[in-house]
Design a protein around this ligand. Sequence first.
Ligand SMILES: NC(=O)c1ccc[n+]([C@@H]2O[C@H](COP(=O)([O-])OP(=O)(O)OC[C@H]3O[C@@H](n4cnc5c(N)ncnc54)[C@H](OP(=O)(O)O)[C@@H]3O)[C@@H](O)[C@H]2O)c1
Length: 173
Amino acid sequence: LVNNAGFNECGLFTDTDMEQEMKMIDLHIRFVTQLTKRILPMMKKNNYGRVVNVGSTGSFIPSPSDAVYSATKAYIMSFSNALYGEFKRTGIKITSLCPGATETEFAAKANIQDTLLFKYAVMKPDSVVEIAYPKLMKGKRLVIPGIYNKLLIFFSKILPVGVTNSLTITMMK
Ligand SMILES: NC(=O)c1ccc[n+]([C@@H]2O[C@H](COP(=O)([O-])OP(=O)(O)OC[C@H]3O[C@@H](n4cnc5c(N)ncnc54)[C@H](OP(=O)(O)O)[C@@H]3O)[C@@H](O)[C@H]2O)c1
């Protein structure tokens, strides 16, 4: 199961469309939870399966101008990590894939294609898949594709939120 469907309603929280945000919460949280709930009993019967939940670097970094999106992606990673623990000693593996900016239709749909993030820190989707696929088949808990994204997440863990907030605001300009 690849829980990949997603989109972004980006902007200051008082400016964004609440309907779109509710749809995003449904898609990223409700449906991911429901689909996973339905498929895991089937995987358990065979003691084999792979679930990939597509998070984001935003799973680790609360993002001003993208508050709801990053919060939904934090849910996805927390949910994945917990299930990984539940199935650790079985043939079922749960992977959280956390890419950063990637050249798909995502940025244009969210009108963020001209931001510094999508100009200078973007990866090709083929590279993301080439990195992620062998790792998820091996049952890795977490896949962060690309050195830039790895560094970003490393620093997000040690820097105060005030600093990561400022960095995020700059990258989204
Ligand atoms: N691209 C990035 O920079 C980036 C970075 C981090 C994480 N991600 C995550 O990567 C995943 C894939 O996104 P992408 O980059 O491949 O973007 P994309 O090119 O826009 O593709 C998104 C996919 O999600 C589907 N989708 C969107 N809303 C849906 C809904 N309400 N119900 C069912 N399907 C829906 C789309 O289907 P339709 O085409 O039919 O609408 C499309 O197949 C998402 O979870 C996204 O949050 C992307």
